[in-house]
Ligand binder design. Structure first.
Ligand code: BGC
Length: 885
């Protein structure tokens, strides 16, 4: 199959064609990447580093072990010009290069699909090409370190940064991370694997959030992808995380940084701390931290003093400096000074689009409604508050793209001139962080008016008593703000349609919102005010509900019966009169639960548009970001109801999820004809969506994370498990994370791990399975003995790609619990209609093993193991047994 991307329309550019003639059929053990040369074996790098070290003063050595605050880079390490040592110039990288320097390339780089999408391609080659391309962009925009990949397991679908990594499975994550590193380091650019470790949530991350996790679960689930990445990708650096693990800060955790990372995993590079995640000098130094970032509070003058007084040995400083210098030499940083020449934006945009197309997952497709029938589709209603912009996850992985194609633009362009494409938002804009505040949805602009305009009159002061003129007076669609980390300029993925509230309103500030509410339907209403700080709702000038000096966001409610057509005045007074909690800030939300019969006017308008069209495409989104976990899996701001209204009006309704991970779809799923998970698909998302909807590209992504029916079903549903009680998060599900947890509790998720539909069909059978396999002295089988041969036939009428998935079964009757099914190997094949291919999938020995806490090593229980083959974990069927001896 040949996949090409169309010529670009935006900026009048002609895009270069990227051709994946056939994506290489690969098996795990035999991938070239996992056998990549290890820079640590480069003896000349060691000797050059030693020579240089011999000339360095103590101050210069210590200078290599801490960052410098430098406006142009998030992380930075000053050069030592006297010795010709270049600066380490770092950029964030999980979804492309986040240029902090606006003077280079106007601050723009290619916004690639988020890593969760890369994982959904199940193509290690894409992970590597992504690394290679982003690494080259980093280099050509002045960087020699790319802070990527994140290999954090998507333990709970509410986790704010799940989209920044490769999903819930260790093997898939490990393969993707390893190959991504190989790609990055094919440039003179150091990769940085992060965040070590058990960094799986945002709640409490800056205040000692403590992951309480067993050694076995840690090694099998959380460390395994990092170990695979270190072994297969040889990253030059690793970033220790903000959190604590079993009571000890990650960046001063000797077991993590020395016993596991250096000794067990033979990591040869340097460990840098996440932003201000260094808390001590002596403890962190001894535990294995090499470099404090981004400043020098602990590894600067204090370190020099401790060396001078003899508390810390010079030899130990030298060892850390060598950890930094060795990869700098081996990976070419001395020989290849960075440049700011820019890169081929057109070619890289095209690459990003191809990745997006290979990663989108068709979750359902009733009656073959997709691909869109061009003959029968003369009118399309595109609906969704951000269907006309592009959607991305927020935080340090947010990239300012070189281009932007919204789903509306993509569909308009693809549909062509004879087709009427209309647009209606359907809801107020999703964003300004309100979507991350718990409690009921905001009261929408549909029922509020101020001087004839929908919404409320907002006034803001930078003092608590509203003295002087307000600094801001404007009409806003709803009353909500969230100025914590999630609204940091340049980290902020909120809807561009909402006016920004400047940072000075994050501290001592007051706001008043006033409006007239017209009751849309008679019945019982519940109004709520949620605030960090104090807030009161005045209804017809009477105070009806208040939050009083809440130091963390708190919500109070008021119930009232109202009559349709009546009008009431509403006034809300909010003061941020408490100290700002870390990652939080001034936070307020005016919410409601209307009676069941309420239909928002904007949703009604969208449904009317849908009723007059041959096809309705509803593009919905969430707001996932660093700095906050999602309060729930419901789509924010009335979008669930919007889908219900539109699909009731037109049976040909397709929903496109532009979300960072699973959302709850069960309440409307049966009503819609097709559902496409597009993820945060990067800057070319619109063209990729359109080409999949029209069948120019046959969808081939598969879920790297399970979709629960609802929040009560997740393996981490109890509050002790997520987000924790106090600062403690108890990983009591042990190894039963994601799909392993559903199986353990006999629960069927809504869409299982591995699921993904195609416009064609495949016949898959195992043609050869090894019978008996001997275990080695290390307690593991040899990968070469774990090859399974599989025949795949495309039995449909169009070309398509199939992800062959093989799961190892559990061992009922064993003393130690093992997952009922565990991903053991996978590969993706591209096939023309009628074609058959035979592929060899090499299974990963660790998928048959467990971490033995007594022996501190992997071990494989002997006996017979069932293998399951299929297109997702639930429907994979038994194909034979391997006997391990
Ligand atoms: C994030 C890191 C990131 C760093 C620099 C931190 O807040 O946790 O992933 O690399 O910021 O931007």
């Amino acid at each position: 199959m040949t996949l090409t991307t169309p010529g670009a329309r935006r900026r009048g550019r002609l895009k270069t064609f990227v051709v994946f003639a056939t994506v290489a059929v690969m098996s795990l053990g035999a991938t070239p990447a996992l056998a990549a040369a290890n820079w640590a074996d480069d003896s000349s790098a060691q000797s050059r580093a030693e020579e240089l070290l011999a000339q360095m003063t103590l101050e210069e050595k210590v200078g290599m072990l801490h960052g410098e605050i430098n406006g142009n880079y998030g992380f930075y390490n000053a050069p030592i010009e006297r010795l010709g040592i270049p600066a380490l110039t770092m950029a964030d990288g999980p979804a492309g290069v986040r240029l902090a320097n606006p003077d280079v390339n106007e601050g723009e780089a290619t916004a690639f699909p988020a890593p969760i999408a890369i994982a959904a391609s199940w193509e290690a080659d894409i992970a590597e090409q992504f690394g290679r391309t982003a690494g080259a962009e980093a280099f050509s925009t002045g960087h020699n370190v790319l802070l990527s990949p994140a290999a954090d397991i998507f333990r709970d679908p509410r986790a704010g940064r799940g989209f920044e990594a490769f999903g819930e499975d260790s093997l898939l994550s490990g393969v993707m991370a390893a190959r991504h590193i190989v790609g990055i380091q094919s440039n003179p650019v150091l990769a940085d694997i992060k965040h070590l470790s058990a960094y799986n949530q945002e709640t409490n991350r800056l205040i000692g959030g403590n992951a309480i996790v067993s050694e076995r679960a840690y090694q099998e689930v959380y460390n395994r992808p990092i170990a695979m990445a270190v072994e297969g990708g040889h990253p030059a650096s690793a970033m220790c995380a903000f959190n604590k693990i079993n009571g000890v800060w990650a960046c001063e955790n000797a077991e993590l940084l020395t016993t596991i990372l250096r000794q067990q995993m033979s990591f040869a590079g340097f460990v840098m701390s996440d932003y201000n995640a260094t808390h001590t000098t002596v403890e962190s130094f001894a535990a294995g931290l090499d470099q404090e970032q981004p400043a020098n509070y602990h590894f600067g003058d204090e370190l020099i003093r401790l060396v001078n007084e003899g508390t810390i040995a010079m030899a130990d400083v030298d060892a850390k400096v060598l950890n930094v210098l060795r990869p700098m030499f081996a990976l070419g940083l001395f020989d290849n000074p960075v440049v700011t020449t820019g890169f081929d934006e057109v070619a890289n945009a095209s690459t990003a689009q191809t990745f997006a197309e290979r990663s989108m997952v068709l979750l359902k497709n009733d009656n073959g409604i997709l691909p869109v029938s061009e003959a029968n589709t003369r009118s399309i209603a595109v609906i969704g508050a951000d269907a006309d912009t592009d959607v991305a996850g927020g935080g340090s992985s947010l990239v300012k793209g070189t281009d932007s194609v919204s789903p509306l633009e993509g569909i308009q362009a693809r549909a062509g001139e004879g087709v009427t494409v209309t647009y209606s938002p359907g809801t107020d804009p999703i964003g300004n962080g309100a979507a991350l505040l718990p409690g009921p949805d905001v009261v929408p602009s549909d029922v509020l008016s101020t001087d004839g305009q929908p919404g409320l009159l907002a006034q803001y002061w930078t003092n608590l008593d509203r003295s002087g003129d307000p600094g801001i007076t404007r009409v806003e669609p709803f009353a909500a703000q969230n100025l914590g980390f999630v609204s940091l300029p340049s980290f902020n993925a909120q809807s561009p349609k909402l006016p920004e509230t400047p940072r000075e309103y994050n501290n001592e500030m007051a706001a008043t919102w006033t409006s007239t509410l017209t009751v849309p339907v008679s019945g019982s209403y519940q109004f709520s005010v949620g605030a960090e700080g104090s807030a009161t709702l005045f209804f017809d000038d009477q105070p009806v509900v208040t939050v009083d000096q809440a130091s963390e966001f708190a919500t109070n409610t008021w119930d009232v019966e109202l009559t349709e057509g009546d009008t009431h005045t509403v006034r809300i007074e909010y003061q941020h009169d408490v100290a700002t909690a870390p990652d939080a800030g001034s936070q307020f939300k005016f919410g409601w639960v209307p009676p069941a019969g309420f239909v928002a006017a904007q949703a009604k308008a969208a449904a009317d548009q849908a009723a007059q069209s041959d096809l309705a495409v509803v593009v919905v989104r969430d707001l996932a970001t660093e700095g906050a976990d999602k309060p729930s899996l419901a789509l924010p701001q009335g979008q669930d109801d919007l889908i219900r209204q539109v699909s009731a009006a037109n049976p040909n309704t397709v929903v496109v999820l532009t979300t960072g991970g699973p959302v709850e779809t069960a309440s409307w799923d049966a009503q819609v004809s097709a559902l496409l998970q597009a993820w945060y698909a990067g800057q070319e998302q619109g063209d990729a969506v359109a080409r999949i909807l029209y069948g120019d590209v046959n969808p081939s992504g598969h879920l790297p994370v399970s979709f629960p029916v609802d929040e009560t079903q997740m393996p981490t549903s109890s509050p002790e498990q997520f987000p924790g009680i106090g600062v403690d998060t108890v990983y009591s599900e042990g190894i039963f994370v994601g799909y392993k947890g559903y199986a353990e509790r006999d629960l069927t998720p809504h869409y299982p791990f591995g699921h993904g539909l195609s416009y064609t069909s495949f016949d898959v059978s195992a043609t050869n399975i090894p019978g008996r396999v001997r275990l080695g002295p290390d307690g593991l089988a040899n990968a070469d003995d774990l090859r399974v041969e599989v025949a795949v036939t495309n039995t449909g009428a169009v070309a398509g790609s199939h992800v062959v998935q093989i799961y190892a079964g559990g061992r009922p009757g064993q003393k130690v619990d093992m997952a009922e099914r565990q991903l053991a190997g996978f590969t993706k094949v591209d096939l023309d209609p009628g074609a058959t291919t035979n592929v060899t999938v090499t299974l990963d020995p660790k998928s048959f093993a467990l971490w033995d806490e007594d022996q501190d090593r992997w071990d494989t229980p002997r006996g017979s193991v069932e293998l399951f083959l299929g297109g997702d974990v639930e429907s994979a069927s038994a194909v034979g047994r391997i006997v391990l001896r």
